[in-house]
Design a protein around this ligand. Structure first.
Ligand SMILES: NC(=O)c1ccc[n+]([C@@H]2O[C@H](COP(=O)([O-])OP(=O)(O)OC[C@H]3O[C@@H](n4cnc5c(N)ncnc54)[C@H](O)[C@@H]3O)[C@@H](O)[C@H]2O)c1
Length: 285
């Protein structure tokens, strides 16, 4: 199945990036958010990020205009009735996602593919909120979407081969590299990444080293582009905690127990870069 038109639901950090890259790759995109104010914010972010690419010589001004001409925005889910596929990027909340997919199931045409950009929620459980679990898949883009190469493609228990093939082709068309895995808690990316971040937090809590030393050792010693505490701040400490809880609950293994320091920081509202304070301080932009 060739995907020529997509809907993107949720115009935040991830959804606006997905809409940007899809529209720039020649795909017609309808971006949905709940309020006109949020739509305007998403459009402004896409405009700014396309300008940045033009500034870097990655695209021409004509490419930017063509991309924007392929992007429409709306607050009405009903406007996705004709889409070949819908990529969901709303809040990381299972009840909200299930409610959305069940509504979409009644709106989207039969055969349209549903993809969730969830970082950690079970694809199989989300698929069960629809009558099309064979056409349901995880399409886990990385942040920032225009820059990062990977799309982790997650097959639920019922995902069909044709759905997986169509979504792999879509990711490639968007200039990304899709890599397939199966639906288990944390998939591959967060199952491997989050225990490392959690251990870095425990290392800090126990006073083994300062934040700078922990990040410096992992950055220079392991050739990581940034240390785990900085990365946690960028992801959001609330998001890290939520994913660790999914791993802890999903496997029932104490090795995934969230660090008490991480819990305390989230309780305090220290959520990382987005709140101005996490393991480091971030002056308001
Ligand atoms: N931020 C990351 O680094 C990252 C990376 C990979 C995946 N994800 C996942 O992507 C998803 C979105 O994350 P984000 O960081 O873009 O969040 P965000 O808070 O920036 O954006 C979420 C957007 O969804 C909108 N929204 C909420 N409910 C909606 C609904 N019912 N219909 C339409 N729009 C709705 C909100 O208004 C908001 O604009 C989450 O599932 C998250 O786990 C995030």
């Amino acid at each position: 199945m060739d995907i020529a038109t997509i809907g993107v639901v949720g115009g935040g950090q991830m959804g606006s990036g997905i809409a940007h890259v899809a529209a720039a790759s020649g795909i017609s995109v309808t971006l949905v958010d709940v309020e006109p104010r949020l739509i305007d914010k998403a459009r402004a972010a896409i405009d700014k990020n396309l300008d940045r690419e033009v500034g870097k010589g990655k695209r021409t001004a004509e490419d930017k205009a063509a991309a924007l001409s392929r992007l429409s925005t709306t607050t009405r889910l009903e406007d996705l009735a004709k889409a070949d596929a819908v990529v969901e990027a709303i809040v990381e909340n299972e009840a909200a996602k299930r409610e959305l997919f069940s509504r979409l199931d009644a709106i989207a045409r039969p055969g349209a593919i549903f993809a969730s950009n969830t970082s950690s929620i079970s694809i199989t459980r989300l698929a069960a909120a629809t009558k099309r679990p064979d056409a349901f898949i995880g399409m886990h883009f990385m942040n920032p979407v225009p820059v990062m190469q990977l799309v982790e493609v997650i097959r639920g228990i019922a995902t069909s081969d044709s759905t997986a093939a169509a979504v792999e082709a879509l990711a490639k068309r968007m200039g990304k590299t899709p890599i397939l895995c199966n639906d288990y808690p944390g998939f591959v990316s967060n199952r491997v990444l989050m225990p490392m971040i959690n251990e870095a937090v425990e290392t800090l809590r126990e006073g083994v080293a300062t934040r700078e030393a922990i990040d410096g050792i992992m950055k220079l010693g392991m050739n990581h582009p940034m240390g785990p505490l900085t990365l946690a701040d960028f992801i959001g400490l609330d998001t890290c905690l939520a994913i660790l809880r999914v791993l802890h609950d999903g496997f029932g293994d104490p090795k995934y127990r969230p660090s008490p320091l991480l819990v305390r920081m989230v309780d305090a509202g220290w959520l990382g870069k987005k709140s101005g304070k996490g393991f480091y301080e971030y002056p308001a932009a």
